[in-house]
Design a binder for this molecule. Sequence first.
Ligand code: MG
Ligand code: ZN
Length: 223
Amino acid sequence: MSNIVTAEEGETYDLELSKDLLKENEKLAERNNTLLRKHGIKTIDVMGSIGTGKTSLIGQLVERLNKKYRIAAIAGDLTTTIDRDSISKHGVEVVQINTGKECHLDSNLVRKALLQLNLNEIDLLIIENVGNLICPTEFPLGSDKRIVVISVTEGPNIVVKHPHVFMEADIVAINKIDLANIVGADISLLKEQIHSINQETTVINVSCKDGTGIPQLIKALEL
Ligand code: MG
Ligand code: ZN
């Protein structure tokens, strides 16, 4: 006897609603993308669990790219402004989106945040998604590229337990590489797991603490 319960298609209560919602989100995402491109803005969506280093990674990118690009950021979080405050320390404008109970950003919230920015004065927009590896996957925001940040401290099953987010990822940054030996992380196994889900994605080892891999990440972002 199997001890696993699997929800069938149509079994979840809000399926129809959520299908419409996802379609609506996609439409708005396309509109965001069109608007951003019209202004010549490149946009990156940074996804990953809480504590993997999304904010630190954005800080590293800003420090290395702020001479080349006029950068702005959007920070998504349930209720706090912690990420906005730490990204704005790098001298860029940051709009905070507080989602309340929602564990992801959606393209409507991003559209509202875009209204707060002067798009004529931005070349590069970095979006920090809400810390979550599950539903941000289903909600494209209109970005040009999506990065997933994982950390060697998340254990050996972080990739295999979240296949969908890696399917969506243009780039995967394996952060805290400086701690890999200490926590006994098997980096080549993580890479293998990522590539067995998505052959196309670029995997880069980074340390936001000492800057390892950040130039490679910038190159992969074509920035
Ligand atoms: Mg953060
Ligand atoms: Zn969510």
